[in-house]
Design a protein around this ligand. Structure first.
Ligand SMILES: Nc1ncnc2c1ncn2[C@@H]1O[C@H](COP(=O)(O)OP(=O)(O)O)[C@@H](O)[C@H]1O
Ligand SMILES: [Mg+2]
Length: 277
């Protein structure tokens, strides 16, 4: 396994928070991006014709970048079909993992979960689709300009630190909730207008009922806080059926409870307005 995968940067999101000057950036969207609602993106991903493809030379599982067209609109998507189970995997850094799983279905589950939590503007629309006889997850290609690795190397600072940090704290909650073991800096993508996207969840959804890095949780968006409370087994199982096992759903809900407790304690210590935003 490559060092970028193995280093398993314990939530690169730690390094994400910035305290720069707060000037508003003008929202930009590349002209090639069709003005599709989520349901249209889904429809497109499920049905548009695949007219071109190339392997993404980045990352370890080497997913494919497909070009799709429905005749009127042409757009790219990432196809990921990894489906691995291993009794134990040793990493170059950190402890080995028992019951290791790398699964494309977690990309679909992450999108469905993001929708339930009101975070679907941070996780690309993802569906299951077969390509060349292989089932996989097909994700809308998001218009990113820098991944977190590039941003840090080039020391680029978002113009609106508050808006950026508000996104980062949502990423942290999501990452802890899904017990993501691969939150490396290539999996956080920023658009030109500093809109943040989280991708690649194939090594998340572990069976642990405790949080991986609770200290990463500092603040929580109020709407997300409400939605976390509303999350329930029935709805989650319905939406993620065939991609998450019952045990994975139960573990996620146990982590949700642990997270709510953790944040509740922070609220008691620091006051609500320091934690909820
Ligand atoms: N939906 C997407 N939109 C834009 N870029 C993507 C998308 N999915 C993947 N990529 C790009 O492809 C790279 C590899 O994909 P990823 O899903 O992270 O696979 P790996 O398991 O190999 O890390 C990412 O780091 C990112 O640069
Ligand atoms: Mg990746």
């Amino acid at each position: 396994m490559s060092s970028s995968r193995c280093s398993l940067m314990l939530a690169a999101a730690v390094g994400l928070a910035v305290a720069g000057l707060a000037t508003l950036s003008k929202a930009q969207s590349p002209s090639t991006e069709p003005n599709f609602a989520e349901a249209q993106q889904r429809e497109f991903l499920l049905n548009a014709k695949i007219i071109n493809y190339k392997q993404i030379g980045k990352g370890v599982t080497s997913p494919w970048r497909l070009t799709l067209s429905d005749g009127a609109v042409t757009h790219d998507a990432a196809f990921q079909n990894v489906d691995l189970r291993q009794a134990e995997v040793a990493f170059r850094q950190g402890p080995s993992e028992i019951g290791f799983r790398d699964f494309y279905g977690y990309n679909i589950a992450a999108y469905e979960l993001a929708k339930l939590l009101g975070l679907s503007d941070m996780v690309p629309v993802t569906v299951e689709r077969k390509w060349k006889g292989q089932a996989g997850a097909l994700s809308w290609w998001v218009p990113w300009k820098w991944d977190e690795e590039m941003r840090q190397k080039q020391n680029l600072q978002p113009p609106n630190a508050e808006a950026w940090n508000n996104q980062v704290d949502k990423v942290r909650v999501f990452v802890q909730l899904i017990y993501d073991t691969d939150r490396n800096a290539g999996n956080l993508l920023s658009a030109e207008d500093w809109k943040l996207w989280i991708i690649d969840f194939t090594r998340a959804f572990r069976l642990h009922k405790t949080l991986r890095n609770p200290e990463q949780l500092q603040r929580c968006d109020r709407q997300l806080w409400e939605n976390l409370h509303k999350l329930n087994a029935k709805e989650l199982m319905e939406k993620t059926a065939s991609h998450l096992s019952k045990g994975e759903v139960q573990a996620l809900l146990a982590r949700r409870d642990a997270m709510v407790d953790y944040l509740q304690r922070l609220i008691q210590q620091k006051g609500e307005s320091a934690v909820l935003y």
